[in-house]
Unconditional design. Structure first.
Length: 341
């Protein structure tokens, strides 16, 4: 029910995904009459492998966390996450309020043993035609070294499970690659990761800069949520800006339009590669269950990619890999987590 567009986007995306994946089963959570009306609109009211779970409330994009947690206990967001907790679903996907989704998921599912704070992890394209995973993308704006250390461990396990890479390379986002660069949090985090590298627990490449994200220098880039979210929004903005400029310039006159016609194949390939929709779907790592966050402004094509990420994570048994590897790699927690009541 969440996001900027609600069922008019999420329902068509679910229908399309169910048709593409014969093994997938989807539970649509929200106002039953609204969902069934949208299904009927798309002639999918009797589509197999799609069921409806009624939830009488919904969390809006501007609801305070207290409202989402304490007052709206039958919200579509909470009921969806409870499906994961109760074992009725392998993963939950939402385009709703990010802060509320993290808070509700953390409260319902709880964090994994040894994890202080869950983190948001997503992917970006790189020059090597592969994904660069990056976290945290906004869940934790103030971090200590042990938080970034935990993010690196969780991210490494995710990349290994999703991409089949035995020892993913990890880069620590910094203002330079030299060890003397960065603030104290980054410097201390680097020491923790280097110690893991030396004992063979993690494959730490070292410090990386912003341009390394798109070079594909490492498989995983680690940073705090403030830096990660600013980077992500800047990248999304640049992508839309470039698309707008290219479209405008090629429509300028008959000659530029002819050039666009000649280079149509290359332009389509470039558009496809840099389309932000293909990289929609961020994992909330560190929880005792799989939860994926879609961009609030996602269209049906983009939201379907978020469903794809969740489906692939469940199919690759990411949660089991996370549980096993985090238990082996995660140092003892340095902060006591108090769950909201």
């Amino acid at each position: 029910m969440g996001g900027d567009h609600g069922p008019s986007v999420t329902i068509p995306a679910a229908i399309s995904f169910a048709k593409r994946e014969p093994e997938a089963e989807l539970i649509l959570v929200g106002l039953e009459n609204v969902i069934r009306a949208e299904l009927k609109k798309h002639h999918a009211e009797n589509l197999p492998r799609i069921s409806v779970q009624h939830a009488s409330e919904q969390v809006t994009m501007d609801d305070p966390l207290e409202v989402a947690l304490r007052r709206k206990k039958d919200s579509s967001m909470r009921v969806a996450v409870e499906q994961v907790k109760d074992g009725k679903a392998h993963a939950a996907v939402s385009a709703g309020n990010t802060g509320a989704l993290m808070a509700v998921s953390r409260y319902v599912l709880k964090t994994m043993a040894g994890v202080d704070r869950p983190a948001i992890c997503s992917i970006l394209p790189n020059e090597k035609n592969g994904p660069t995973y990056m976290l945290d993308l906004g869940a934790n704006v103030d971090c200590e070294p042990h938080h970034l250390h935990q993010f690196a461990i969780m991210g490494s396990v995710l990349v290994s499970a999703m991409e089949g890479i035995a020892r993913p390379t990890i880069g620590l986002l910094n203002v330079g690659t030299e060890d003397i660069k960065g603030n104290e949090v980054v410097k201390l985090t680097s020491k923790l990761l280097q110690a893991d590298h030396e004992r063979g627990a993690l494959n730490f490449h070292g410090n990386v800069e912003g341009n390394d994200i798109f070079k594909g220098t490492v498989d995983l880039v680690v940073c705090d949520g403030f830096v990660g979210n600013v980077t992500l929004k800047a990248v999304e903005g640049l992508g839309h800006f470039v698309k707008s400029v290219i479209t405008t310039e090629f429509k300028r006159n008959i000659f530029t339009m002819l050039g666009a016609l000649i280079g149509n194949g290359a332009l389509k390939a470039m558009k496809n590669k840099f389309n932000p929709s293909r990289y929609n779907g961020a994992s909330l790592l560190g929880l005792r269950g799989l939860v994926f966050k879609s961009h609030g402004g996602a269209d049906a094509y983009s939201f379907e990619w978020a469903i794809r990420r969740a489906y692939d994570a469940a199919k690759n048994d990411v949660q089991a890999h996370l549980s096993t590897m985090i238990a082996e790699l995660m140092p003892r927690s340095t902060e006591t987590t108090q769950e909201p009541v």
